[in-house]
Design a binder for this molecule. Sequence first.
Ligand SMILES: [Zn+2]
Length: 293
Amino acid sequence: MSQLLNQLYTTRWYISKLIDDLEKGNAFDKKSGFTAEIKKELNTAVTLMEGFAPAKDTKKPLLWYPNAVIPNFRQKTKGKYKKNYPKGIIVHWIWAPQVGGKENAEFWSKWASEQGYTFFTLGNDGTVVQSFPLDEWGSHAGESYWPNIGSSVSEHFVGIEIVCEGKIQKFADGKFGNERKTDTGKITRTYVDQSQVRTINNNTDNIAKGYYQMYTPQQEEALIKLILWLKQNNPDVFNLDLVLGHDEVAGPSGLGLVNSNYKNTWRKTDPGGSLSMSMPQFRALLKDKYSKL
Ligand SMILES: [Zn+2]
């Protein structure tokens, strides 16, 4: 049943996308209401099947987030999780301009598929893109460590990349942003509006001092919703204590514990101050929300 439901979610996505694409042309008389009718029927079918699923039959967790946009490419995975499901997650930022909604989120998901990375991608409007099944793990955290998990955290945790500039600089002219080298070696700047800048004066918990572009409220909301669903979808395997920042597993409290090269330094600083609270506070919030579901 849950497999059927998964297939139905995917089908709904493909057909809706096909209709959207067709509607851009003149294939349909939009006034006829024909396409709206198809979409309505698809949603009815999904609702009916969700209502059908008896508890025992749905024991198998879903492999696709029902709210996700599922593109027509797949990111590379490296194997199955030991319990066919992630134990937790790692929060990241993609280190790119926080623009472009769904299309940009799909762009970065596609980029990852070409680079050999695997992760959920959250657009600036809260779109969630998923392009790998949830029982398979792939690379996203690199060299890292967490107690009782070890140094291959990607094998245990699913990655969530949020489209955001993350840690930024303050330029001499007082503006904030990042500098990047183009393919031709030219340095280009992207700017972040002052209203989106968070300043952290001292290292606090997982957050390294510096300037950050904050996640949008839609991104933070989508992140919380996704994590709560991940927990609900497989409560025996997914552990809210293992909702970690990249800066935890590849910072002083993680990698810094075991690797003298990184002792007391941050190899990674995401999510840092881009999330509106520290990771311990975030875990407490998630547990509180989960207990009230
Ligand atoms: Zn990261």
